[in-house]
Design a protein around this ligand. Structure first.
Ligand SMILES: *Cc1c(COP(=O)(O)O)cnc(C)c1O
Length: 361
């Protein structure tokens, strides 16, 4: 008998952004910058950092398995009942828990160019999936996704805005989609970039929970809150779904320090505001800089930009590494002529544009 099933045999593991230390070790260089994982260039906020220091002395104590304080903080911040909040080791763990809890015996539907983790967690759980082609400009075809759900569909995963494309569905489109997906399907709405979405017509699905019962809104502290290294995220869902997820959740899935830092980060509205400002400025600079170099970009509501490359994206990625700038090639998405570049500080954007320019000559 084979050691693993076909689903695991054919699984391609998630390819993370290249760490700075690894690049510098390999090339013997210093002073590199990483624009590959959509991290906050400002780092964590002061309140989160203070909470981290304050709780370091309790590192020998097991965390609260129910994350009472963090769930209470999330509940009050987003005006939802605490029993409708579940916390996780990054929102990626939520995606895994959802697939393992609800997927078996059914199928799932995702969008082409949707976040690659969806395919990985569904395949790992042995759940057949349908990938619905995008429309022009990488626009996720919400009508077709709803129509692709059949009687056996258990889960739909959708990111809004989406990674790696940066596109978004507006409030009216999202509401219509949530109403159109059959009632028996759990819609997993991933809002990892919600803080960065500044378009007037963008709306979070947290305000649309009245439209359907089976909706899970996933959020993360990894992006705008600047806590990617701590691994913490949360989901908002009906208590019945949370109850099932809690049956498979590891009891101590979020660390004591992560719980404290995340609760503090929620209060740090100044840090979020500054992070969004820096991001908006960087988006304009990088978009214009690319245009000046003759490079197409896709309008983004996130903290990264999808940039079309005149030669294979992996070659541009390699050449930029040599300049000490780490961007993200998109081979797992079969986006061979594109790279994804995280938005950063003004200095980082200038350095990135200089490196990009060098790769074009
Ligand atoms: C970064 C990201 C996540 C969050 O990952 P964490 O596990 O919370 O660090 C989730 N979904 C999308 C679309 C992302 O880009």
């Amino acid at each position: 008998m084979a050691l693993v099933g076909k689903n695991i045999e054919s699984l391609k593991p998630y390819q993370a952004g290249k760490p700075i230390e690894e690049l510098e070790r390999e090339l013997g260089i210093t002073g590199s910058i990483k624009l590959a994982s959509n991290e906050n260039p400002l780092g964590a906020g002061e309140l989160a950092l203070a909470a981290i220091h304050e709780h370091a002395a309790q590192a020998h104590i097991y965390p609260d398995a129910g994350a009472y304080n963090l769930r209470a903080a999330v509940a009050s911040h987003f005006d939802v009942p605490p029993d409708e909040v579940i916390t996780a080791n990054g929102s990626n763990e939520l995606l895994t828990m959802l697939a393992r809890t609800f997927g078996p015996g059914g199928n799932a539907v995702i969008s082409q160019y949707g976040f690659v983790a969806y395919r990985i967690v569904l395949q790992a759980a042995g759940i057949p999936l349908t990938e619905v082609p995008t429309r022009a400009g990488f626009v996720q075809d919400l009508d077709a996704i709803a129509a692709a759900c059949d009687a056996n569909t258990k889960l739909v995963y959708l990111a809004n805005p989406n990674n790696p494309t940066g596109v978004y569905a507006n409030g009216a489109e999202l509401r219509a989609f949530l109403a159109a997906v059959p009632e028996h399907v759990i819609v997993v709405l991933d809002e990892a970039y919600v803080e960065y979405a500044q378009a007037d017509d963008y709306e979070s699905a947290l305000a649309m929970r009245d439209v359907r019962d089976l909706l899970v809104v996933c959020r993360t502290f990894s992006k705008c809150y600047g806590l990617a290294g701590l691994r913490v995220g949360f989901g908002v869902a009906p208590p019945s779904l949370i109850d099932y997820m809690n049956r498979i959740r590891e009891p101590f899935n979020t660390s004591l320090i992560a719980q404290a830092a995340a609760a503090a980060a929620l209060r740090d509205t100044d840090h979020i505001r500054r992070s969004v400002e820096v991001n908006e400025a960087a988006r304009a600079v990088l978009t214009e800089g690319c245009a000046a170099l003759g490079l197409e970009t896709i309008p983004s509501q996130t903290n990264f930009l999808l940039v079309r490359t005149p030669r294979p994206g992996v070659e541009v990625y390699d050449a930029m590494l040599r300049e000490g700038v780490i961007v993200r090639p998109l081979v797992p998405y079969a986006l061979h002529d594109w790279v994804r570049i995280s938005l950063g500080t003004p200095e980082q954007m200038q350095r990135c544009l200089d490196a990009l320019k060098k790769t074009l000559v």
